[in-house]
Design a protein around this ligand. Sequence first.
Ligand SMILES: [Zn+2]
Length: 209
Amino acid sequence: MAQGGCKCSRCGAALEVEIPQGVNVERNPELKDKIKDGSLFLRECPYCGTVNLVRGEMLYHDPEAKLMVWLLPEGAVDEGRIRAVESQLEPLEGYILRRVADEGSLIEKVNIFDAGLDDRVMELCKYITRMELGEKGEELGTEPMRFFRMDGADGILTLVYPKDGKMHGAEIGFNVYEDCRGILQRNPEVTAAPGFAIIDESWVHTFFR
Ligand SMILES: [Zn+2]
């Protein structure tokens, strides 16, 4: 099922958009690549060439990873509807359910789980990385820090964040990730809420201050 109706941000022309409302990456693996590189959310205007970000709702489903990420832009959030969808999903035992409000957050979730990592641990890694950068006098804005990739046999993790209009990278060792995982194991109350949980930098702040 597709949804749409989008106007070019520059010339106002109506654009044909086909952002699927549900993506099952086992059935349509090609869509996963388009989500990861962001191209699924971009449309070039045929009249003026402007590349537009197309916003919409999407339920991302990876059956093998038992992962569902619901992209639900701020204006589309309806708690009653969320509960109704959750009640239909109850037979999906052992699933990781997440809710995000923007495309960048969806892409990041897919990257984190594709790398075999836990997004709760990742948020704690970001929290610690922000503190360490702050101690070094690095001024960070309020824009989100994102997991970008994990490299090599040592599992070096790269986090990215915007500063002065540019993206910067911070590398952390896998030992930091392991330490953060240990902290969460020792604090079982620091976990995801039932249903489509929002796990982001604000989530960490409800536990660690
Ligand atoms: Zn246009």
